[in-house]
Write a protein that binds this ligand. Structure first.
Ligand code: NAP
Length: 242
């Protein structure tokens, strides 16, 4: 069976991507940082879909954690065919109050993790005969910027540059793409006030927020899209077109 590593798959978008990949016939390495029970539930749901699952608690911002994740998946499944670099954190703070340590932490978790996991998986992806791919989860804020979270927006912009660089670096053989979600309803966006939600909704032409399954659909497309590499797929209900 082909196998995928999905970082940050205990909750939110990563969870939906892991379950979608399982439904599509992929074994899945479920990764989490602190939500061990939630990750175990995702693994059970993968197995209910007839696929193998392994749960790996690892901070993928650390090279050692990323290596352990990939090596565990490769040992369990006999290889790694697809990587989805989804793990991420955000923080709302204006630059005047933003500490260098917090800036670094966002970059470590959102950007360095993708480098770490992709690098650790490279030899397995090269050996795959399942049209291997890497998909990096960026954000609409990579394009628009975000005054209250400049470090988050910068990290997501860096992921798009990393995607294009790796797409060239690993071609032919491994395709590398990004997804730039708009507002998706997960824990990450649950802290918005009703006023903030109404304001955001007014800027979304389709008239509703996205769901994790919308991003899972995009991840499945990029996994299977044999003629697409180096691209960023915008999934944002029309909030930012083009
Ligand atoms: P979420 O609900 O907060 O889930 C984040 C996931 O990342 C959790 O599984 C978490 O694990 C994991 N994680 C965090 N730090 C980690 C680390 N150091 N090592 C390993 N795993 C780590 O977030 P989400 O909304 O699903 O977001 C997923 C991705 O989409 C992020 O990269 C985010 O920036 C991006 N995104 C989200 C939106 C949105 O509207 N929701 C929009 C654009 C982009 P634990 O459960 O163990 O903490």
């Amino acid at each position: 069976m082909p196998a995928a590593v999905v970082t940050g798959s205990s909750r939110g978008l990563g969870r939906a991507i892991a379950l979608r990949f399982a439904s599509d016939g992929y074994d899945v390495a479920v990764n989490y940082h602190s939500s061990d029970e939630a990750a175990a539930e995702v693994a059970d749901a993968v197995r209910e879909r007839g696929q193998e699952a392994v749960v790996v608690g690892a901070d993928v911002s650390e090279p050692d954690g990323a290596s352990r994740l990939v090596e565990t998946a490769a040992d369990e499944f006999g290889g790694v065919d697809h990587v989805v670099n989804n793990a991420g954190i955000d923080q709302h703070v204006y630059t005047e109050s933003l500490s260098p340590a917090d800036f670094d932490r966002i970059m470590d978790v959102n950007v360095n993790s993708a480098f770490n996991v992709t690098k650790a998986a490279l030899s397995y992806l090269e050996a795959s005969d399942d049209d291997p791919s890497v998909t990096n989860v960026s954000s609409i804020l990579a394009h628009t910027g975000a005054p209250i979270e400049c470090h988050y927006a910068a990290s997501k912009g860096a992921l798009i540059s990393l995607t294009r660089s790796h797409a060239g670096d690993f071609a032919p053989g491994i395709r590398v793409n990004a997804i730039a979600p708009g507002h998706i309803e997960t824990d990450m966006t649950a802290d918005r006030t009703p006023e903030e939600k109404a304001e955001e909704m007014a800027g979304i032409p389709v008239g509703h927020f996205g769901q994790p399954a919308d991003i899972a659909e995009a991840a499945a497309y990029l996994r299977d899209a044999t003629f697409v590499t180096g691209e960023t797929l915008n999934v944002n209900g029309g909030e930012r077109m083009g």
